[in-house]
Design a binder for this molecule. Structure first.
Ligand code: PLP
Length: 408
């Protein structure tokens, strides 16, 4: 028997079968556009081009030294074996203590599931709570992964638009209009990626009221909760409506706050029966998150927080420079983000798609950014200020030159 008949046909047939083998729920799901653009910018830089990379969804600072040291110590102390699926007890307790402090409430470690990044926490949540026939409300501009994460669970993302005029904050009338019998979950992301919008307490209270009335689950992605610039202030929905705690899952992690994107530690905090069900899901997929990373994350959460304050201050200065600079470049327009590390710039005045503009910025000016299409908001471009002040200054100069060459 030759090898082709052993697998049941010639190579053409095999190729055809492979293409058709993909599960239907993957239809329309593509890789993350932000990760793809970041990879493209890195490839250009590797090829010797002087690319200014403003695509990054990660702080450009190193992981704090004491956190790295905790990882090294974990290896040396042979903490390199399987851990409990939901995470080492000390880390679960540390997450519970941090959130309890922030929310002035009392979370127990049993309500915490540690996962391989906040993205994985969200994956577990949708896999556990959603199925075919369920609708999940997502506000646009949205973080690129929410719709695919919902679709991968067989549920339907329902997009509710927010506008520049409303500082990209959700409007209650729009939420009401989009609700149906099938709505099961509402996803909040404050501070927001990509707009930096921070939802105020009053608006959160109104959303909480609606969630109670309509028996909704709230998923509150608060991964940027420590990256908020005064006078903006982060408030969690469970702080303004404690009665919502038994139907809310809070998502967070160490990636953004502690510059630990590669360590892959995130978490979900919420009602214990859901956390237990999500732990079961995780037990059959990744098992525990990396033991070494868990020990590093424990050091990040429980030791010196000065590095966080330093990064926040630096981000704020860069934000002011980038947003101020963009607003001097007619016809670009940019609202001031209250949190996260992205400038969300209206480029519609250029009279062409944001996808084309971002492609031209990369090709002509070697400035890498992410167009709004992937965030469900054409007409805008996301520029990360998780880049050095020099990079930001030079990017502004290059964009200014690009615009003037086009008669702006
Ligand atoms: C809004 C939002 N949620 C979740 C994540 C995922 O973060 P992690 O690195 O913890 O998976 C990101 C990362 O870009 C994000 O922007």
């Amino acid at each position: 028997m030759n090898s082709s008949s052993a697998v049941g046909g010639d190579s053409a047939t095999r190729t055809f079968r492979h293409a058709n083998a993909l599960a239907g729920r993957l239809r329309g799901i593509e890789g993350s556009p932000t990760l793809a653009l970041a990879a493209k910018a890195k490839a250009l830089a590797k090829a010797g081009k002087k690319v200014l990379d403003l695509t990054a969804g990660e702080p450009d600072f190193p992981t704090p030294a004491h956190v790295k040291q905790a990882g090294i110590q974990a290896i040396q102390a042979d903490q390199t074996k399987y851990t409990p699926v939901a995470g080492i007890p000390e880390l679960r307790a540390a997450v519970a203590a941090c959130l309890s402090r922030q929310h002035r409430t009392d979370y127990q470690a049993s309500k915490v599931l540690v996962s391989c990044g906040a993205k994985h926490a969200l994956f577990n949540i949708f896999q556990t709570l959603c199925q075919s026939g369920d609708e999940v409300m997502i506000f646009s501009p949205y973080w690129v992964s929410y719709p695919p994460l919902v679709q991968l669970a067989g549920a339907k993302p329902v997009i509710v638009h927010t506008s520049e005029q409303d500082q990209f904050l959700p409007k209650l009338e729009a939420v009401r209009a989009a609700l149906s019998q099938a709505t099961k979950v509402i996803v909040l992301n404050s501070p927001s990626n990509p707009t930096g919008a921070v939802i105020d307490a009053g608006r959160l209270k109104a959303i909480a009221q609606l969630a109670l009335e309509r028996d909704l689950v709230v998923v509150s992605d608060e991964i940027y909760d420590q990256l908020v610039y005064p006078p903006a202030r982060h408030v969690s929905i469970v702080q303004v409506a404690p009665e919502l705690a038994d139907r809310t899952l809070i998502v967070g992690g160490v990636s953004k706050t502690y510059s630990m994107t590669g360590w892959r530690i995130g978490y979900a905090v919420g009602p214990q029966p859901w956390i237990e069900a999500m732990t079961n899901v995780q037990s059959h997929s990744t098992s525990n998150p990396t033991s070494i990373s868990q020990h590093a994350a424990l050091a990040a959460l429980t030791q010196d927080q000065q590095a966080v304050a330093r990064m926040r201050e630096e981000f704020q200065q860069r934000r002011d420079r980038l947003v101020g600079g963009l607003n001097h470049l007619s016809p670009l327009r940019c609202t001031l983000p209250g949190g996260a590390f992205y400038a969300w710039c209206n480029v519609s005045g250029l009279g062409q798609s944001s996808e084309l503009t971002a492609a031209q910025w990369l090709e002509d000016a070697l400035v890498a950014t992410v167009p709004g299409e992937g965030f469900g908001a054409p007409g805008f471009i996301r520029l990360s200020f998780a880049a050095s002040m020099e990079t930001i200054e030079e990017a502004l100069q290059r964009l200014s030159k690009w615009l003037s060459q086009r008669g702006h």
